[in-house]
Structure formats: structure tokens, C-alpha cells
Design a protein around this ligand. Structure first.
Ligand code: DGP
Length: 114
């Protein structure tokens, strides 16, 4: 897989507003926020897309979601609610090909999405 802007953030080659880190996951604020809380949860071991994930990635995918949920809880927004999104490929609106979970919170989300 080619390197992406998220690889550069993980290696601290470019700055980001990092809000959470553990051995497997880095989370930082989205550059173009779509909600009062908009944080990206990124696996340090890059997977290009959800479509490229395999059963060997199951634990890592679970860790991403649990990290997002724990962060939302720590902010106090879990009770009101939030949205997690993984965009995949062109029709999904994916622009950075290093799998990531968007955590969006702090406003009411519309459904269906546009
Ligand atoms: P997606 O469309 O699902 O691939 O989301 C990519 C997101 O990444 C998009 O919401 C904007 C964000 N983004 C792109 N470049 C950067 C960057 O350099 N820094 C940060 N913090 N976010 C970025």
C-alpha cells in the first residue's frame, strides 16, 4: 500500500491535533470538521480500505471502534449520541486510503446521509 497523509501523521512528520493514542490506534481531529466533535481513529498498521481488510484485521477493527466509543464516553457525548462512519472507495466518499473511523458528535445527525 502506498503511504498517505495519515502515515505521515502517525510518524509525526506532519502535525495533527492528536487526542488519543495507544499501541495500535492514533486519533486526531479532522482538518475539515463536519460536527463540533469530528475525530479520526486510524490504525497505526495501515489498511487501505475496509474492502481490503481480512479476518486477520478483526481485532484491529474492533479496537478502532472501541477506542472511538471510549473517547466519546470520555467527552460526555455518548449519552446524547454520535455517529461513526467508515467511508470505502469512491461511492463511499473515501479520499484518504488509510482506513479510518470518523467519530462525529455534538449535533443531531441526519438520516439518510446525503
Ligand atoms: P475520508 O473522506 O473518509 O477518506 O476522510 C478523510 C478525512 O481526512 C477528511 O474528513 C479530511 C481529513 N483530512 C485530510 N487530510 C488531513 C490532514 O492532513 N490532517 C487532518 N487532521 N485531517 C485530514
Amino acid at each position: 500500500m502506498g503511504d498517505t497523509i495519515f502515515g505521515k501523521i502517525i510518524r509525526r512528520e506532519i502535525p495533527a491535533d492528536i487526542v488519543y493514542e495507544d499501541d495500535d490506534v492514533l486519533a486526531f481531529r479532522d482538518l475539515n470538521p463536519q460536527a463540533p466533535v469530528h475525530v479520526l481513529f486510524v490504525p497505526k498498521r495501515a489498511i487501505a480500505t475496509l474492502d481490503a481488510a481480512t479476518p486477520a484485521d478483526a481485532e484491529l477493527l474492533g479496537k478502532l471502534l472501541l477506542a472511538a466509543a471510549a473517547y466519546a464516553r470520555s467527552l460526555g457525548v455518548a449519552g446524547q449520541g454520535y455517529r461513526t462512519v467508515i467511508n470505502c472507495n469512491e461511492h463511499g466518499g473515501q479520499t484518504v486510503f488509510h482506513l479510518h473511523v470518523h467519530l462525529l458528535a455534538g449535533r443531531h445527525m441526519q438520516w439518510p446521509p446525503g
